[in-house]
Design a protein around this ligand. Structure first.
Ligand code: 6GU
Length: 240
């Protein structure tokens, strides 16, 4: 029984989309994970197959109906009941690598994609859904966010990534942003590769890379640096 993703959406044709390509696509074809896109409209009950209605209290846009969403959730959970139910919404908790590790360690996920102005809050509470956002900007729907979350999970599944990258070797397992990368030619448009990387001194290279990663994290992501510095007081004391 592979890791099972079920996506509840009004646009099932958006899946697998980019997840049918590259690393995730290969893993999908190899049966290391499975993906089903479930059309929420299939759970409408009236003649007009309506899934949304006007907001109580007034205002712009439409709200997904709780009864329709609940029926779609029940159908998804029938295939694998022990999976977290996640709703993708800009008002959710910001996705981070620790959450991704948790989802990847579960039997799979059920992802509900928000559309219109929102989803009736009662079904979110009744189903104890986890509300997740992928960042502080607004998408027109949760589908691209669901694709992002799934990509982040799938690359951590057993057998998906080679030993070379190994999923958690790089950035965010260390708590630092990545050091810069270089390849041949050693001089390009008057720009030289940093000489230390051509020195063959492995310990010196590792030190240089760590210093670069620490500097870029401090400059770009002070909140990540604060967390790293608290966990690595020696590194913090070394910093300028
Ligand atoms: Cl999860 N959904 C939408 N619609 N917009 C977002 C988002 C999610 N995360 C960031 N922006």
């Amino acid at each position: 029984s592979p890791w099972q993703a079920s996506v509840l959406t009004l646009f099932p044709e958006m899946f697998p989309g980019p997840l049918g390509q590259s690393l995730a696509g290969k893993a999908l074809r190899e049966g290391r994970w499975a993906l089903e896109a479930i059309d929420i409209r299939g759970f409408a009950t009236d003649r007009h197959r309506s899934v949304d209605d006007t907001p109580c209290g007034g205002g712009a846009g439409m709200v997904l109906r709780p009864d329709v969403v609940d029926a779609a959730c029940a159908a998804a959970l029938a295939a694998g009941p022990d999976r977290p139910l996640v709703v993708l919404t800009p008002r959710g908790r910001p996705l981070d690598q620790a959450m991704v590790r948790g989802f990847a360690a579960a039997p799979g996920v059920v992802l509900l994609c928000g559309r219109f102005e929102g989803i009736d809050q009662r079904v979110i509470e009744a189903r104890a859904m986890t509300e997740v956002s992928i960042g502080d900007y607004v998408l027109s729907g949760g589908e691209p966010a669901a694709l992002v979350l799934l990509d982040a999970c799938v690359r951590l599944l057993p057998g998906v990534m080679g030993a070379a990258e190994s999923g958690e070797e790089e950035s965010f397992s260390s708590g630092l942003l990545e050091y810069p990368h270089y390849t041949r030619p050693t001089v390009w448009n008057d720009r030289a590769v940093p000489p230390v990387l051509l020195s063959g001194h492995h310990a010196e290279i590792a030190r240089w890379r760590r210093a670069q990663a620490e500097a870029i994290t401090r400059e770009r992501r002070p909140e990540l640096w604060a967390r790293y510095a608290a966990a690595n007081p020696i590194a913090a004391s070394r910093a300028p």
